[in-house]
Ligand binder design. Structure first.
Ligand code: AMP
Ligand code: MG
Length: 308
């Protein structure tokens, strides 16, 4: 189906991807259409094996090769020069390309069997919650997808970390499932550029993104709701509030940021379905993948505070 220009949603270790043949401009165009994704938001190309990188793009800078060698397969997306084989629509006209090897055996088997690089953004409509289960994809995209491969809940539950390591110091373009601490331990100091305005280098970094349909507000901690009788939901990091909320999700009773990240979008999908008028979300500790959780919560909240 991929070779024929079809759209195949598949699980990776981060979230479900909406895959198309990255060598086929028409197939890539179908991704933008299915997601209602603006054409300025470039796609991540997925490869089956680390060795496929230089086969596709030729020699890459030493720091890029080192990061690929250290963290692939895994939730790290790297920026490289776009090879001529990849049509510009995949990279939204940029002369660079985002690329990674997912750490999910079925995804790698799929890409290997297709025999082509697979462009795959998250399998949700633009700006909405990322899918961490096959059901989320079916609910969100329905008939726009040709097939959804069901691999159950994804392991990380949050998108890949995007790093541009072509310059003198690596730049983190999007916080994600590979913890900043692990990156720094491997390569030394990095800068973090959440770039949320102007021409987006990484639209996963648009100020407003990753949003539930229900208005979401980041609160400072577990606190009772205002007593105005409205039905509200609460997204707790570790401990449920004593009462007053119509629906509550606890991300990690043991206080583990990795477990919390794995549950984040699933919990938000459930709160979204709970018929509440507003979701209050408690931030995670600002460490490890907790940073990526907080990044997603801020952007979800921004959707609802942005002037229109
Ligand atoms: P998604 O898979 O939907 O989370 O989106 C993929 C993310 O990768 C988006 O935030 C893209 O903007 C980002 N991305 C893709 N290509 C590039 C690139 N060439 N340079 C920087 N970021 C990119
Ligand atoms: Mg996305």
């Amino acid at each position: 189906m991929l070779r024929d220009g079809g759209l195949v949603a598949f699980p990776t270790e981060t979230v479900y991807g909406l895959g198309a043949n990255a060598l086929d401009a028409r197939a890539a165009a179908r991704i933008f259409e299915a997601k209602a994704r603006p054409s300025f938001d470039p796609l991540i190309t997925h490869l089956a094996d680390t060795a496929d990188l230089e086969r596709l793009v030729g020699p890459v800078p030493a720091a890029v090769a080192a990061l690929a060698g250290r963290f692939w397969p895994g939730p790290l997306t790297l920026i490289v020069d776009r090879p001529v084989e990849i049509p510009p629509i995949v990279t939204s006209g940029l002369d660079t390309m985002a690329v990674r090897v997912p750490d999910e055996p079925s995804a790698r088997a799929l890409i290997r069997a297709a025999g082509v690089p697979v462009a795959a953004p998250s399998a949700n409509r633009f700006g909405q919650l990322s899918p961490t289960r096959a059901e989320h994809v079916v609910q969100g995209l329905g008939a726009a997808v040709d097939v959804v491969l069901d691999g159950g809940a994804t392991r990380c539950g949050i998108e890949s970390t995007i790093v541009d390591a072509r310059g003198p110091q690596p730049v983190v373009l999007r916080l994600g499932a590979l913890a900043l601490e692990d990156l720094v331990a491997a390569v030394g100091p990095v800068s973090v550029r959440p770039g949320s305005s102007g021409q987006p280098v990484a639209p996963g970094t648009l100020a407003a993104h990753y949003a539930p349909r229900t208005p979401l507000r980041v609160v400072s901690g577990v606190e009772p709701p205002p007593g105005d009788g409205r039905r509200r939901g609460f997204l707790a990091f570790r401990e449920a509030p004593a009462g007053g909320y119509a629906a509550v999700e606890v991300l990690s009773p043991g206080g583990d940021v990795t477990e919390a990240a794995a549950r984040l979008f699933d919990a938000l999908h459930r709160l979204d379905a709970a018929g509440v008028t507003e979701i209050h979300a408690e931030p995670a500790p600002e460490q490890g993948v907790g940073r990526a959780i907080n990044d997603r919560l801020r952007r979800a909240a921004a959707t609802w505070s942005a002037p229109d």
